[in-house]
Design a protein around this ligand. Structure first.
Ligand SMILES: *Cc1c(COP(=O)(O)O)cnc(C)c1O
Length: 332
């Protein structure tokens, strides 16, 4: 593994801090809970996609692209961070937004991440939910290529081996920080969606033989599908960085019990988690990803799956901009 040899553009404020959450830990009465602040990666309010975009945008530049195209749900944090990265690098950005929730709330449709997509100069088009969005995007990219544009496509969530390298790098950052601080964690917990974050972290941890178990809390797919997606991407990522075979099936664990009705539909637990983190730690979670992961963590602590004496790291992946698309759920 030699990440320094892989093209990369610096976009994120790194390393992100690791901080204790003493009031949340005391409230739950279980393990000591800490947070890795990837909500503070800096680009257009930050979030986990910025780490992936450091490698993806370098590939786009190397390919001579004048436009990047990507896709995501209406309130996609990935779309917003891609739009910002493209703006910073002087590339055009076109985004296909998929209506996965059917919400008619004007704030959901045009505030939050959508407002920022447009502020960063991206163009958007809206599609109904349920299509093969990566395939629809590739067709649109081909259409523009035949008109002479040089388009670089980024899959949903930036989750391909190139994007996942951002989280291999993040795993190395984490291990260096915990070594320096002599801080040992019994478990890392984070939200898993398009799988690149979990695939990258597990690949990095396994490549270093760092024995910190990783638990992804799912936000969309059922457990078997989520774990298969993460494993396949981790295997491809490991191969890409010259560490083929380091990730084993038993290294990939997802808990998909906290999705609720579906992707992007808030649950009681997720709304409670948003309030707890906000009121006890001054931290902002989002209803689609980080709060569903936090709801899982809170429930696993309450049901005794983590105990006092353990130390757990909640990897905050960002997303608070989406709160402005979900204000009704929080003020009702
Ligand atoms: C995209 C996203 C995730 C999930 O990361 P994946 O790499 O898609 O699994 C988690 N949290 C937030 C806030 C996100 O935007």
């Amino acid at each position: 593994m030699n990440l320094a040899a892989i093209p990369r553009i610096s976009l994120a404020h790194l390393p992100t801090p690791i901080e204790p959450m003493p009031r949340l830990s005391a409230e739950l009465g279980g393990p000591e809970i800490w947070v890795k602040r990837d909500d503070c990666t800096g680009l257009s309010t930050g979030g986990n996609k910025t780490r992936k975009l450091e490698f993806l945008m370098a590939e786009a530049e190397a390919a001579g692209a004048d436009m990047v195209m990507t896709q995501g749900a209406t309130q996609s944090n990935h779309a917003r961070q891609t739009a910002a990265a493209a703006a910073k690098l002087g590339m055009k950005c076109h985004i296909l937004l998929e209506d996965r929730t059917g919400s008619n709330d004007p704030n959901y449709i045009s505030n939050g991440n959508v407002l920022l997509d447009h502020l960063h100069g991206a163009t958007t088009e809206i599609h109904p939910g349920g299509g093969d969005m990566n395939a629809i995007m590739e067709a649109e990219a081909d259409r523009r290529r035949s008109g002479g544009a040089s388009v670089y496509t980024i899959p949903g969530g930036g989750s391909n081996p190139t994007g996942a390298i951002g989280y291999v790098n993040a795993a190395m950052e984490l291990v260096a920080q915990t070594n320096d601080a002599r801080l040992s964690f019994d478990r890392i917990v984070h939200a898993t969606g398009s799988a690149g974050t979990q695939a990258g972290i597990i690949t990095g941890l396994r490549a270093m033989n760092a024995k910190i178990p990783l638990l992804g809390i799912g936000v969309r797919a059922p457990k078997p599908k989520q774990e298969a997606n993460v494993l396949a991407l981790a295997e491809a990522t490991a191969e890409r960085i010259g560490c083929a075979g380091v990730v084993r099936p038993q290294d990939v664990t997802a808990n998909c019990d906290y999705v609720g009705e579906g992707y992007g539909i808030p649950t009681e637990g997720c709304l409670e988690a948003i309030r707890m983190f906000a009121e006890l730690e001054g931290l902002l979670l989002d209803p689609v990803y980080s709060a569903k992961a936090a709801a899982g963590l809170i429930d696993l602590i309450r049901t005794g799956k983590f105990s006092a004496g353990q130390r757990v790291l909640f990897w905050h992946t960002g997303g608070a901009v989406a709160l402005f698309g979900y204000d009704k759920a929080l003020t009702a």
